[in-house]
Design a protein around this ligand. Structure first.
Ligand SMILES: NC(=O)c1ccc[n+]([C@@H]2O[C@H](COP(=O)([O-])OP(=O)(O)OC[C@H]3O[C@@H](n4cnc5c(N)ncnc54)[C@H](OP(=O)(O)O)[C@@H]3O)[C@@H](O)[C@H]2O)c1
Length: 238
């Protein structure tokens, strides 16, 4: 649970899992700022969440944009970093520029966001960063994302030691039903996801509700710090 009145910033909150997390926080009575790369779109998405939500522009590869995001905030109680600019890449047909764009936003961009938020964190603030199971169980085309997701775990370990009392945790979802990763998948990835679903213990993949409930726990439980919570319905055992 996130307490009523707390301020939650969700970078990448305009869509997918970030939007679901924002929705859950508003349901608990928290104030939420959701961000995307387009200000008008972010504001429109925020208006769907009601008066407790605000939309703002944030581009994770633009440090000035991150500065602007946090400079006018009074306080940040919880920061959720979920943004992803997907790159499907393989070493055989490697496109280094595409890999660099995604790697930059998901590693240096996440770290810079925490750096810019530092002066605004409350004493019992917490950060949750999204990694992904592809770091251990690569998906066809996941070369870039596997690498970036692994980087998130190193970053979380470092920050949990560097910025106490702020707590920093990672969530590592498996393939999540009903998200852009699944709905936008080509045939090769769709077949791979279905094969993985069949091999999970209960023949089910995690849902957005599973991920949201887990993020809420990481945000609010004072005893969890420097953790990586794997929420994959047992996919890592398959
Ligand atoms: N979905 C899955 O099955 C799955 C599995 C494992 C891990 N994950 C992880 O979960 C997270 C969320 O995934 P999702 O499927 O919910 O993503 P999504 O629906 O594609 O949403 C991505 C979000 O990131 C924002 N964004 C994209 N590029 C950005 C940039 N350069 N700077 C700032 N914001 C940017 C987008 O905002 P705008 O488009 O409005 O700009 C959007 O709000 C990701 O980190 C992903 O690695 C997901």
């Amino acid at each position: 649970m996130v307490r009523a009145g707390r301020h939650v910033v969700v970078i990448g909150g305009t869509k997918g899992l970030g939007f679901e997390v924002a929705k859950a926080c508003v349901r608990q009575g928290a104030r939420v700022t959701i961000t995307g790369r387009d200000e008008a779109y972010a504001k429109a998405r925020a208006s769907e969440l009601g008066e407790l939500a605000t939309g703002a522009e944030c581009e994770l590869t633009d440090w000035d944009s991150l500065e602007r995001l946090f400079e006018n905030m009074d306080v940040v109680d919880h920061l959720v970093l979920t943004a992803l600019d997907r790159d499907f890449n393989t070493i055989k047909d490697f496109r280094p520029d595409d890999c660099a764009r995604t790697s930059l936003m998901k590693t240096v961009g996440y770290a810079t966001a925490v750096h810019k938020a530092l002066p605004k964190f409350s004493d019992d603030a917490s950060v949750v960063m999204f990694s992904g199971l592809s770091m251990w169980r690569p998906v066809p085309g996941s070369t870039t994302i596997s690498m970036a997701n692994a980087g998130i775990i190193g970053l979380v370990n470092s920050l949990a030691v560097e910025i106490p009392p702020v707590r920093v945790n990672a969530i590592t979802p498996g393939v999540v039903t009903g998200t852009a990763a699944v709905d936008g998948a080509d045939q090769v990835r769709s077949d791979w996801f279905e094969a993985m679903r069949q091999r999970t213990p209960a023949k089910r993949l995690p849902t957005a509700e599973d991920i949201t409930a887990s993020v809420m726990l990481l945000l609010d439980c004072p005893g969890i710090n420097g953790a990586n919570l794997v929420v994959d319905a047992g996919m890592h055992l398959a």
